[in-house]
Design a protein around this ligand. Structure first.
Ligand code: ATP
Ligand code: MG
Length: 370
């Protein structure tokens, strides 16, 4: 079947999108085309390869209020899963080989290798060659997004969805969880299933618990898996703020503003005042100011500000990752490079340009213009 049919587009629209918005790339030598950015007709990260399609994972809408948001968005039971904080990859088998596609459709050689090693998905794809496994790669030793989880000491996969590779159609949540379980893959925790009326309270309880544990939030889903809605904890909102404000001139102001909004709507929905509200206000203020002050101090002392990551894998796999990141024009500074048993452990800094340059200039007394 032609690509345009698989994508549900007429030939003319497809050709226009392919020519304007897709970029040429390869999956370990196999030519492919991918859609790197958000697009109004197709999911970001959609890949065309060897006559088949690997659909991008759809954008998950967010609600800022639980009560009205849930009742407006769902019309039946709501299944609640934990939203885990890592990076999204889709595993799909193409011509007998399993690849890990990142959000923008790139094949990450490191994740491809590690996911094959950790999940051993051969039996799954023998039985279900047309499905893709959507995995959040979590844990502290992580090249893209590092977040600590009690039971994860390095990098670990957590399956959160299984979809038809070409159409992007999801399995029903419970059917998917059973299938994932049957194959022995670790998956995101199931936090509950609620009638529509009880769902806001059920989710609120879950969020308070997750917040106390410093976890990210939830994704609510219709029973058939089709509709998804996310909501995050204050811990996650503040963690994001702190992260962004550690590189204040590289993160978009929009990114920061959106996280402040989440805090304000949560404070309102919880009718916070007095000490509770003061605590939140102080924590938000700290999440904004402290990392900026620290970044200024770092540059003042001659250091470099950026994102620090540690990765641990077989030496050639780590090398492939560093090459891959350099190919994407990431400015890397390796700070530590050691052997531990059979593994190579590398800590590197992704240097961010604007923050280092701007802080230096302002420290030198340059007048600020915006
Ligand atoms: P987008 O807005 O395009 O979804 P984003 O980077 O802003 O991208 P997030 O805010 O992290 O996305 O929320 C959506 C992502 O959450 C999913 O793409 C997936 O990677 C991740 N995720 C973690 N746990 C789950 C889960 N249980 N169900 C669905 N997605 C999950
Ligand atoms: Mg995420």
């Amino acid at each position: 079947m032609a690509y345009h049919r698989k994508l549900g587009l007429d030939r003319h629209s497809f050709e226009r999108i392919r020519d304007n918005d897709f970029v040429e790339d390869d999956a370990d030598g196999t030519p492919m085309q991918r859609l790197p950015d958000y697009h109004n007709r197709l999911e970001r990260g959609t890949v065309l390869i060897e006559g088949t399609v690997v659909r991008g994972f759809p954008k998950v809408p967010r609600t800022l209020v639980l009560e009205e948001g849930i009742s407006r968005y769902f019309d039946g039971e709501v299944v609640v899963e934990e939203k885990m904080d890592g990076y999204n990859v889709r595993l799909a088998r193409i011509d007998g080989e399993t690849y890990a596609f990142t959000r923008s459709g790139l094949v990450c050689p490191f994740t491809t290798h590690e996911a094959r090693r950790m999940l051993e998905p051969e039996a799954f794809f023998d039985a279900h060659p047309d499905l893709m496994i959507c995995v959040e790669m979590v844990g502290p030793e992580n090249p893209y997004t590092a977040h600590d989880y009690d039971d994860v000491d390095s990098l670990a996969p957590r399956v959160f969805d299984v979809r038809d590779r070409e159409s992007g159609e999801p399995l029903a949540v419970e059917e998917r969880r059973d299938l994932v379980e049957a194959h022995g893959f670790p998956q995101v925790p199931l936090l509950g299933r609620h009638d529509l009326q009880e769902a806001p309270d059920g989710v609120d309880d879950a969020i308070r618990q997750l917040d106390a544990e410093g976890r990210e939030g939830v994704v609510m889903k219709s029973v058939d898996g089709d509709r998804q809605l996310k909501y995050t904890t204050s811990a996650a909102n503040q963690g994001d703020l702190a992260y962004a404000f550690s590189m204040p001139f590289d993160y978009g102001r929009d990114f920061m503003f959106r996280r402040l909004l989440r805090e304000a709507f949560q404070a309102h929905e919880r009718a916070e005042d007095g000490e509770r509200f003061d605590d939140r206000a102080a924590a938000v203020g700290e999440a904004v100011l402290e990392p900026m002050r620290d970044a200024i101090a770092t540059v003042d002392e001659g250091g470099v500000v950026g994102e620090r990551h540690t990765v641990r894998a077989a030496p050639d796999v780590v090398e492939a990752l560093l090459d891959h990141l350099r190919d994407q024009h990431v400015a890397l500074e390796v700070e530590r490079d050691e052997r531990e048993g059979d593994d190579r452990v590398v800590t590197f800094l992704k240097r961010v340009q604007s923050t280092n340059d701007s802080i230096r200039a302002y420290l030198d007394g340059e007048a600020i213009r915006h």
